[in-house]
Design a binder for this molecule. Structure first.
Ligand SMILES: [Mg+2]
Length: 319
């Protein structure tokens, strides 16, 4: 077995080798920075850069609104700022408030400030989390063009594939969607008409490595790349599958990577590593993840819910 530069390597039983071998040395990963105000957001970006991230998703609070999707609460004094996790452990879901017009006014100002502080090179991403209409999404894409986003994610509900025609006609901001999709059929219009730039499906939600590979091969015909879903609710097994597939996939784009909690990593013993902005699947056979059932039994299930999102007049809105 040879590596990508022709040198011998011992990778015959590693999953990415079974998928045809590696296409690159490692996988560019992005992390989640956020802040309730500009100073907190800048601190969060710097913390992620210090952890090694070379691409960063930027989420911000909106003046006048309270808790908003994607914005981590402040870390406990002296504690690690653990990655944002939207599900709350409680008997019933919590509620968040939402005002689309306030968000659309505020977000371009935030990206202007981030670019002024961190310069033009750092790849920046943003997730609108399915909350906009097609014309609002088109407007936001245009407004963000000066700040050169790596992508604008889920700007409208993904299930309405035709909506992306309108958005695409109005903005050159790259678009990513698909974390709610389960099959290649969900992408037929989006990929064939080249309405998006990145597919966001997860291996675990798409039927496994083989269906995900077929989806990425379909996307490759249209110069569309991968951006596989990687929040902490994708288990380390799902993350390892994405890493091996991404390493072997020529049209890999970027990998979302939120760090799992120490407790999760007690249960799932992983061999993948993150270093200098890149993920490496590791050299253990198979996916390289071992499940410790005794450790799992020590941590019983706790109910947790995603929040309910309401407009200011109380109407339930896309979360
Ligand atoms: Mg998302």
């Amino acid at each position: 077995m040879l590596d990508i530069r022709g040198a011998p390597c011992e990778r015959a039983g590693v999953r990415s080798a079974l998928l045809g071998g590696q296409s690159r040395d490692g996988l560019l990963a992005y992390g989640h920075a956020s802040g309730a105000d500009e100073a907190a957001l800048f601190d969060s970006i710097r913390e992620h850069q210090a952890l090694g991230y070379r691409a960063i998703r930027v989420q911000t609070a909106v003046p006048g609104l309270g808790s908003v999707y994607g914005v981590a609460s402040a870390p406990a004094a002296g504690g690690d700022r653990y990655d944002y996790e939207p599900a709350r452990r409680a008997a019933v879901p919590t509620e968040e408030a939402w005002d689309t017009r306030a968000y659309l006014r505020h977000l371009p100002r935030v990206f202007e400030a981030v670019r002024a502080e961190f310069g033009p090179e750092l790849p920046l991403l943003h997730d609108a989390h399915h909350r906009l209409t097609p014309v609002q999404a088109a407007s936001l894409g245009k407004a963000l063009e000066p700040y050169d986003l790596f992508w604008l994610e889920d700007c409208t509900p993904a299930e309405n594939q035709e909506a992306f025609r309108l958005i695409r006609q109005h903005t050159t901001t790259p678009l990513a969607t698909g974390e709610v999709f389960n099959t290649v059929w969900d992408y037929q219009t989006l990929i064939r008409e080249q309405l998006i730039d990145y597919v966001r499906s997860a291996v675990t939600h798409t039927g496994g490595i083989t269906p995900m590979r077929r989806l990425l091969d379909f996307a490759a015909q249209y110069q569309i790349k991968s951006g596989m879903h990687g929040p902490t609710d994708i288990s380390p097994v799902g993350m390892a599958a994405a890493l091996h597939l991404g390493l072997a996939t020529h049209n890999f784009g970027i990998q979302e990577y939120m760090r799992h909690s120490p407790v999760t990593l007690e249960v799932f013993r992983t061999s993948y590593t993150f270093q200098d902005g890149y993920l490496h699947p590791g050299e253990n056979h198979g996916l390289g993840v071992e499940l410790d059932l005794a450790a799992a039994r020590a941590h019983p299930y706790e109910p947790a819910y995603l929040p309910v999102n309401r407009q200011l007049d109380g109407t339930v809105h896309d979360w």
